[in-house]
Design a protein around this ligand. Sequence first.
Ligand code: GLA
Length: 729
Amino acid sequence: MIFFDEELQQITLTTQHNQLTLGILPSQHLVQLYFGKKIPHGSLHYCLENNKNAPYMADTDSQSGFQLELLPLVYPAFGNPDLRTPAFQFFYQEGQKLSDFCYSKHEIYSGKKNIPGLPSSFASDTEVESIAIYLRDALTKIELIVTISAFENYDVFTQHVCVVNHSESTFTIEKMMSVNLDFLSADFELLTLTGAWGRETQLQREKLHRGTQAIDSKRGASGHGQNPFLALAEPTTTFTKGQVYSLNLVYSGNFIALAEVDMYQQTRVQMGINPFDFSWQVAPQASFYTPEVVLVFAEHGLNEMSQRYHRFYTDCLIKSSYAKRERPILMNNWEATYFNFTREKLVALAEEAQKLGIELFVLDDGWFGQRNSDQTSLGDWYPNEAKLGGSLTALIEAIKSKGLQFGLWVEPEMVSKDSQLFQQHPEWIIAENGRIPQESRHQYVLDLSQREVQEYLIAFMTQLLSENSIDYIKWDMNRNLTDLNSSKLTGIETKELSHRYMLGLYRVLATITQKFPKVLFESCGCGGGRFDPGMLYYTPQIWSSDDTDAMERLAIQAGNSLVYPPVAMGCHISAVPNHQVGRRTSLRTREIVAQQGNFGYELDLIALSSVEKKAIKQQIHDYKQLRKILQLGEQAQLITNDEQNEWAWQKQDDNWVVVSHVYKMVQPNVLAKRLKLTNLAETQLYRLQSTGQLFTGGELMTIGLALPLPNQDYFASRFILEKVKKEER
Ligand code: GLA
């Protein structure tokens, strides 16, 4: 609900449990009065009354006791005595660059509008209400429209900002954040998801300190080491308790998320497009939109936060009809063959896959041009018929005739130096005139800011998907952006390239996914590292890491599923010794870990022993019984006895609770441990499938399940509990 109290000059947005209250000061500055759990309230302006004690920079506008720098401003610009980091900076060619934005009017409406050119959340008019708040600067004729939406049943607020140029001259945006949140305290821990290729989305917790702490990407993609997520949590926050304020940016390019603790120990949090190498020209009467931020406040710890994101993204962000559907079990040939395959090998793999119960066969890199290594042919998307032993269509038919679905790998945003496409269109790559561009993995990035390049991508993907019966596409991106310049942009426009690239990519993805709504798209987080809500909008699943080792995957998957729905994470069983780290883990452990997300196989099935094949057949059979709850059930991460050594998570739906637990290293001579579950109904009875024992939810949450004693490193166990129906008791 959104309500404006004229007398109190307060705008209150509420959801089922949460509240955001903004105030309009007598000076017409817009401030955040309160953000947190829903409370009965009258005027909340008193929240700011104590905040007048610092005498330095006091008396804004010569008013005694009025000090903008001590106020939690909704959208601070540059030009008034608030000297913290501004959210908005611009300049006119003529030199004007200062502003002081104040409230002018607002509109409240049911529903939510799309953000032009950008992915953003959606819901029916009854599920979401929005407010557009207009801020104006008296001199510059620039208008800012801050739009906040309240999703009642999801406990989510979203925000984006639009700037409109009502003047006669063009101005240049230098910085424009999607959100600014000011907190009157610095007593928080900062949570971010960082890492690198092969060890993505590792949760990092650090205490806030004076100065600026930030996570950002300048790589042209959200990146392996930089997820566009940031949270401030009470220092004692765990999975089950503690207050958390979190932000996630619906964007896949350069971003910044920062927390600035000022000299008064206040914290300013911002998130948006990275101002690094960015600017945007806004012509008279034109506008510019920021990407959207998804804000979640959770009162009861990190699981509550995660579950809100999961539910919201499943229902209100992922466009694909697969969002709430069970996903097929796939077999990908990459780690089975790499580039070295023949038609016979592929068909034999597919045959084996089908016998084991796998449902989707994915042909990875190497099927086109002269692509027998990563040194050539990106851009030449013509099937290599000699290698495929005939046409792609014939291969697809051969595989489909075995009763499997068919999927294909592409990397459309790239071109190899050694390719026909590059020979024909050297001007289509991101590069600066006169400077030799960097090749990385022997490839250049296509300049998606160019309309012609976008049209080319749309045309070849349309042809590929119309001429062939393809059920699934893996959309890869195996390098980040360097040489940021374009043959089509000049002067200051060149600083628009990174964002124009994203707008171009989103246009291409929107067009293709709309044209082929039945195709299941998986984007590849490991190439570009783009595991973010922007990509999720178009592709309901994302390959989470090129590191397929079960132990390495524990932290990666815990980090990813802290924010993103577990079913969005591509997770495969691969061979041992593992190709990335050389580790040997049991098939059972690999199964339990890979089944946290979107389950598949990526190993040479033909090379397996008959014992292993039998075990895999059983795995797949069992998985199909549990698929609904494992893929779409509510996930909670569980607190273990030793966070570094043990990982555990629980999934539940209306009928089942499935608990997974993994030890990394075994320890000698320790007591058998117990694992406490969470978020169950106290008096509900649960039957442990393996023994038939009955437990109440209360027992499971306070006494916990007895863990088996591990007899080797990398030891995983699973418990399946059935909810006992009332009539059975
Ligand atoms: C990336 C992907 C892999 C595979 C290769 C193919 O690294 O993450 O899964 O598709 O590209 O080149």
